[in-house]
Design a protein around this ligand. Sequence first.
Ligand code: ASP
Ligand code: MG
Length: 408
Amino acid sequence: MDLIVQKFGGTSVADTTCIQRVAGRIVRETQRGRSVVVVVSAQGHTTDQLLQKAREITPRPPQRELDMLLATGEQMSVSLLAMAVDALGVPVISLTGAQGGIFTDEHHTKAKIKAIRTERIAQELRNGRVVIVAGFQGVSSEQDITTLGRGGSDTTAVALAASLGASVCEIYTDVEGVYTADPRLEPRARKLLEVGYGEMLEMASLGALVLQPRAVEVAAAYGVPIHVRSSFSEAEGTWVKEDASMEKEILVTGVTADRDCAKIVLVDVPDDTSVLHQVFSRLASVGVNVDMIVQTSKQQHTTDLTFTVTEDEVEQALDVIKDIPSAEDAAIVYDIDVAKVSIVGAGMMSNPGVAASMFGCLNEANIPIQLVSTSEIKVSCLIPRNRVRDAVQACHRQFQLDQLGTSE
Ligand code: ASP
Ligand code: MG
């Protein structure tokens, strides 16, 4: 029998009406003769509220206890949704991550799925039930509850789709798909019909919040087609899959913005590779993820070392680099009023001049570029945060993204 996995995000199950709408959708799917496994996020802003509660108790809650707390959000939504499906007369059961066989490593709040033991889910499906699994959570080999990082329900859904051999993983959200840009920043943004895994991974990592990057990685590794669509409409959404053939000729598929960055500069450090090594190994040792890095050599054997981290990791970063021997004379400055605007497209791989054209349009709009980084299929520029909207619109215009996709 055809099996599909449907994942509903927090806004899709925000209140009773939403839960009943989702239940109706699930039931319609079963009436088409399909087996359905459902993954749900916590309702609305539940996860943020739980985090807030924890912070009221202590600024640094133990990560294990945080996972214990956060997992309750999804446990609430799976049970409520199961009640709603049951009320429509369809056999259903809700399962926690552990009951669903989601085994992870021990890395609390950022755990990775190690294995999925699907026996229980398979058994329930054979018994003719809809199975509703709590997203975002799993269990470690120590039997402790773990969570998969913010947005982790996407990864639960894709990983389940991969291990159950589902024909598709549908990700239901409050927008109709993946857009050429965030429609809140660029009203002319268009919904894309298809996006390749590689492009989607870049877009998700560069600020498009519609999918957790890890979920895209898992989908690409196992060839799971993802259909991103709205739970509030019947419209076809965006297909994320191998080789988005329709857009092949296109240089740039989307423009993304990420405000969650901060720039740190070590001014006048000795021009010596060991300093570079020390800075980044100290950052790595405390788990700070460094994004863009630029080193500028000056006269007198000194250099300026500039890099970016996420805003919430600035303090931790400053803390570990402040007393590096041989760099203690360096001044350390930081700036959080920055943002990263990126263009993404598999087509730019074989076409020179795309970066030039991005710099050109930003220059024309008088937007200063502070740092640049590139990969085969993206160009990112660090710019002042208050110019994000202008930059997104300038790039959208430059690469004629309003001609892509569909206006539905
Ligand atoms: N509830 C979790 C979060 O808000 C997981 C998810 O929604 O995917 O991050
Ligand atoms: Mg999400």
